[in-house]
Write a protein of this length. Structure first.
Length: 343
């Protein structure tokens, strides 16, 4: 991969942002409610210019209280998973690393399962415990992996093995809980396949601080990830402490991942597909990969969610199914292209 391009060109950034805006507007115009994309377009123009809305009050509520926050949330979740995937690939120097490598998915799945089993009817609760449990479970899984890896001597290989062990243990707890409560299996798997069916401004405000702060940290760490890519000894010779950099990057990436899965469930392949597309199109430097993964991940998941909510309307497909359809073949291609370079 060409690392000679180490800075993000303003033109590339501008084009990427324009593509994201176009995708977001397109997803807002089209929906299962059948409002007509031209009428929705006139509504958006009316809101920007202060003109007269062509929609009824109920139709406008569909646009501004359902479609727009769902598009925004899809963008946030996609950006979080993609930039976390890029960060994990930088830390582990492995192009097949993803945000769920250290047990975030297993921890979130276990915590969500326990909530579904213990409180199947949560509609009367003042605060839904499921997103909170998934958030805490994801962070807890990563924290356990990190502590286990550190206790075993540290190093990326040891940390990776610790993540595999922790994920297997947490998955075993989840499976045991499901087997004792088989009537909740459908609810659990619906959550695990991913979706934004309850998306509203509440979920956007809930996740924005975590994803935003994590994204800013990772953006600033792009140069450090480039240095880590050439080896720990070289990084240390430049005055960089590799262990501390890995801790900061993994903490920020795990925070973004936890916030994403808390509101969307487990959506796979975003963290693998998007960073690789960015590398192929724009360059391999993390000063390019990180910001463009943010933008590309947002656009990718907005498109996936649009397909999920319109392909079989009025029903919805799990968004994880859409990303798997796109991501699984791409994963195979990446695996073949990186033969001999994956350690």
């Amino acid at each position: 991969m060409d690392r000679t391009r180490s800075r993000l060109a303003p033109v590339t950034l501008g084009v990427s942002v324009l593509v994201l805006v176009a995708v977001a507007v397109g997803a807002t115009l089209i929906g299962a409610a059948g409002l007509g994309w031209t009428r929705v377009a006139r509504e958006l123009i009316a809101q920007l210019t202060g003109g007269t809305s062509p929609l009824s009050e109920q139709e406008a509520a569909i646009v501004w209280q359902l479609r727009v926050p769902r598009v925004v949330l899809a963008g946030l979740v996609g950006a979080a998973l993609a930039v976390a995937g890029a960060a994990f690939q930088g830390v582990f120097r492995n192009p097949l690393a993803d945000p769920f490598l250290l047990g975030a998915a297993a921890g979130a799945g276990m915590a969500a399962t326990l909530v579904v089993v213990a409180a199947p009817a949560r509609s009367g609760w003042p605060v839904d415990p499921l997103p909170l449990a998934a958030f805490a479970g994801a962070l807890g899984g990563v924290a356990l992996s990190w502590l286990l890896g550190r206790s075993a001597g540290g190093g990326t290989a040891v940390l990776l093995l610790a993540g595999i062990a922790v994920a297997a243990f947490l998955t075993a707890i989840q499976t045991f809980a499901q087997q004792l409560n088989t009537d909740t299996i459908k609810d659990v798997y619906t959550w695990m396949l991913g979706g934004l069916t309850t998306a509203g401004w509440h979920e956007v405000l809930l996740t924005l601080p975590y994803i935003g702060s994590a994204a800013m940290v990772l953006w600033q760490c792009g140069r450090l990830l480039d240095v880590l890519a050439v080896g720990d000894d070289e990084a240390a010779s430049l005055g960089i402490r590799p262990g501390r950099v890995r801790l900061v990057v993994l903490a920020a990436a795990s925070l973004a991942t936890a916030a994403a899965v808390a509101v969307s469930g487990l959506i796979g392949f975003v963290g693998i597909v998007v960073p690789h597309v960015v590398r192929l199109l724009a360059g391999a430097s993390y000063r390019i990969v990180v910001p463009l993964s943010l933008i590309g991940g947002a656009a990718f998941l907005i498109v996936a969610d649009e397909i999920a909510r319109t392909a079989v309307a009025p029903a919805e497909l799990p968004i994880g199914v859409i990303t798997a359809f796109a991501g699984a073949p791409f994963f195979v291609v990446v695996l073949r292209l990186n033969r001999g370079r994956i350690r």
